[in-house]
Write a protein that binds this ligand. Structure first.
Ligand SMILES: Cc1ncc(COP(=O)(O)O)c(C=O)c1O
Length: 442
């Protein structure tokens, strides 16, 4: 069992070194937790071995990107074979064509694909493409939805009761956000069809795009309702705005992505994570007439998109193998494992007598430390006491050898077994029972 947060671990001493050279001692903030993060030594399948030699069952899977867990043999073999033939070449490669073909064959809304190196970059390029195509400035996005770190899409990521307003206000997330960014960002309430459609219509011809995620992780991790999706896509189309579906995470919902499962046909889709087979990746895919903004052949393209490591040989190799392994049967099995895990977690919550709840879809779950109905960012909002309990739950699970995100999310992989997940459910029940007892004593 991990000895974190003991003061005499190798992780602790690495963090002390890191504090000298990295702001806050880390490069990524998400896996940090006080008093110090656990440092990984190696990873294989569903398991991480930390620098102190502990085994940790990894339910984060590099934030939903490792759909086959760590170091899947088929991906490692293909990448190892590729390494001696080069890693990145200025010239295009067959693998890049093959991965784009695979994506276009699977998803009806994809005529063309433009690769890049991250989901952030994909979302930025999709927004720029929408602006170039429509000649309009503004972007509509959902309150609390995370889409990476491009200026406009970060707005209202962490708005609070004291500043979020009735119709959601555009609230700066980053210090120094220019006013122009806020002026050109329109915030929609999630899963509120009438209000969201009205706000879109009010923007009229200013709106270049409506950016949506089928299940934004930070708006409570509940799926978009069919009514919400219908209302906002119809309103977007009525105003002439492009519908951008951010499938950076939800592409793991099915063989034709989340859009196949939820029955929505966006104009543009952003991808990343699972399509890179464990390596850095991003992509914009969509309808021919809009994707033409990236076409350089008549001179300067309307939207410049390039990047030194874009479509590099390693990512394209890993991505192709990883996606080929994701057959329709593989998606079905993974989603069934997700349904089973959420159902068992809900049973564990009931038995524990702690007022928690489980949300999610497909291979994703989230544990909430309150039992109020969750439908959107505001209803998912937790009190400081509930957040303290979530932190205690996450830390307790880590000490038992199970890693979920500090926000309570987990993302399953194809290499996980029912037995491993049952042990995880037992651990959650054990931690919730402790929290329930503490509440009684408080
Ligand atoms: C829905 C969504 N969009 C975009 C991004 C940004 O992707 P990346 O971290 O690859 O830049 C993320 C990252 O988690 C995401 O969840």
């Amino acid at each position: 069992m991990p000895r974190w947060p003991d003061p005499d671990t190798k992780s602790r001493s690495l963090y002390d070194r890191a504090l000298n050279v990295l702001p806050g001692g880390v490069t990524r903030v998400a896996p940090w937790q006080p008093p110090y993060p656990v440092y990984a030594q190696s990873c294989k399948g569903a398991w991480i071995t930390d620098v102190d030699g502990n085994q940790i069952f990894d339910l984060i899977n590099n934030f939903a990107s490792l759909i086959h867990g760590h170091a899947h043999p088929a991906i490692i073999d293909a990448v190892t074979a590729q390494l001696s033939h080069g890693t990145a070449c200025t010239m295009p490669t067959e693998r890049e064509v093959a991965l784009a073909e695979l994506l276009c064959e699977r998803v009806p809304a994809f005529d063309k694909v433009r690769f890049c190196n991250s989901g952030t970059e994909a979302v930025m390029l999709a927004v720029k493409a929408a602006r170039a195509f429509t000649g309009r400035p503004a972007l509509a996005k959902v309150e609390g939805a995370y889409h990476g770190t491009y200026d406009h899409v970060e707005v209202s990521l962490d708005s609070r009761p004291e500043n979020w307003g009735n119709d959601p206000n555009p609230v700066a997330f980053v210090a120094g956000t220019p006013k122009a960014v806020l002026d050109d960002t329109v915030i929609l309430p999630f899963n509120q069809p009438e209000a969201a459609a009205r706000i879109i219509r009010e923007q009229g011809a200013r709106l270049a795009a409506v950016l949506i995620d089928l299940m934004p992780i930070y708006t409570g991790c509940v799926p978009a309702t069919p009514e919400f999706l219908k209302a906002i896509t119809e309103a977007a189309r009525a105003t002439g705005a492009i519908v951008i579906l951010d499938e950076v995470i939800s592409f793991r919902f099915g063989y034709s992505g989340g859009q196949g499962v939820f029955g929505i046909e966006p104009d543009l889709t952003t991808l990343a994570k699972i399509i890179g087979g464990g390596f850095p990746v991003g992509a914009v895919a969509g309808k021919e007439k809009i994707m033409a903004v990236f076409d350089h052949r008549s001179g300067k393209p309307a939207v410049a998109s390039t990047g030194t490591f874009t479509a590099n040989m390693v990512t394209m190799t890993a991505g192709l193998v990883g996606m080929e392994l994701m057959t329709e049967e593989a998606f079905d099995r993974l989603n069934a494992l997700g349904d089973r895990t959420r159902s068992k977690l809900s049973d564990a919550v009931r038995r524990s007598q702690y007022p928690a709840q489980i949300t999610g879809h497909g291979s994703i779950f989230k544990i909430h430390t309150h039992s109020r109905p969750v439908n959107d960012y505001r209803s998912a909002w937790s009190t400081p006491e509930e957040l303290a309990d979530l932190a205690a739950l996450q830390a307790g699970l880590l000490r038992r050898g199970f890693l979920i995100s500090t926000k309570g999310n987990g993302f399953l992989s194809t290499v996980m077994t029912e037995a491993e997940l049952d042990s995880f459910v037992d651990a959650v029940e054990g931690e919730l029972r402790i929290l329930a007892t503490q509440r009684l004593l408080a």
